[in-house]
Write a protein that binds this ligand. Structure first.
Ligand SMILES: *[C@@H]1O[C@H](CO)[C@@H](O)[C@H](O)[C@H]1NC(C)=O
Length: 297
């Protein structure tokens, strides 16, 4: 009796020892079979491509797909550039580029510009003098060519602007870095030069790129008072902050075209800087011309 009990408990102990790994292996087998089976199944659906897969899965897999690069030309890229933008308007053609530059890049530009800051001047029309145009543009500024920035930040920004516009860097004027303090403004104006007012032009400004170097607590918006034909009835006073307004945010870019595709001045590209109400506005402006600036002297 005693022996039997021992034997039977021995047996059951041995069975337990055998059973546990056995069940474990079976579990692993079915798990792997299930896993690879489902993988194979989904691959075969990928292959036939006729939508057995529900749509959301298809969208997921599209997102994961790498771009299929083309062979580029001599000065092309071997990678994809992604520069997000929002179309702000078609009249004028204006694009907004969130996070075009980093905070550090903006701070570099401000510190390089601070050294050379002078009151901004105006291109004068027939009959205008520095005296009778006082108050139209009250900011301070400095022209800086990318080569004068030892931090290489302006060079990087210039390169990125050239890519975003596909107008070569050599078509850009030097950066105009501006500071607007509380109350300072720029009345609405055109960046392009109308030959009727300014006389014949050797080259013309095609587009302007503004890079906001600081946040502005209040005011300091870039305004387009004639956006989409608004306020064009002759009553606009050039000081009113109306129409489409773009709030400056550090690192964001704004591109707009002063010329229509047929080369005439876009009347809706009139723009100005609303007065700063609180804080300080720093902006880097790049005027882009139709002619290569390096050929120009
Ligand atoms: C240029 O295009 C604008 C807008 O399409 C048009 O109103 C204007 O007459 C054109 N000017 C010339 C010279 O073609």
């Amino acid at each position: 009796m005693r022996i039997k009990t021992v034997k039977s408990s021995n047996w059951s102990l041995r069975t337990n020892k055998l059973t546990f790994p056995y069940v474990f292996l079976i579990c692993i087998f079915f798990f792997l079979a299930g896993f690879f089976g489902s993988t194979l199944f989904s691959h075969s659906q990928d292959g036939d491509g006729y939508g057995l897969r529900p749509r959301p899965r298809l969208l997921d897999s599209t997102k994961e797909t790498e771009y299929n690069l083309m062979t580029a030309g001599e000065f092309g890229d071997d990678s994809i550039t992604s520069i997000p933008f929002q179309v702000l308007s078609w009249k004028p053609r204006a694009l907004y580029f969130p996070n075009f530059a980093t905070a550090e890049q903006c701070e570099n530009i401000v510190s390089v510009a601070k050294a050379g800051l002078k009151p901004s001047s105006l291109a004068l029309r027939k009959g205008e003098t520095t005296e009778n145009t006082k108050g139209i543009r009250t900011s301070s500024g400095v022209f800086l060519s990318a080569s004068r920035d030892k931090t290489k930040t302006l060079e990087a920004i210039e390169e990125k602007i050239a890519r975003a516009t596909m107008i070569p860097r050599s078509h850009g004027e030097a950066f105009n870095i501006l500071r607007y303090e509380v109350g300072q403004r720029y009345n609405s104006h055109y960046d392009a030069f109308n030959p009727d007012e300014y006389g014949p032009q050797k080259s013309q400004r095609v587009a302007s790129f503004l890079l906001y170097l600081t946040d502005v607590e209040e005011g300091g918006e870039t305004m387009f008072p004639f956006e989409n034909g608004l306020n064009m009835d002759g009553t606009y006073g050039y000081e009113d902050c109306v129409g489409l307004r773009v709030k400056p945010r550090q690192g964001d870019g704004l591109l707009f075209y002063s010329l229509l595709p047929n080369g005439t001045i876009d009347q809706t590209s009139l723009h100005g800087s609303c007065p700063v109400i609180k804080g300080e506005k720093w902006v880097a402006t790049k005027w882009i011309r139709n002619l290569d600036q390096e050929d120009d002297d």
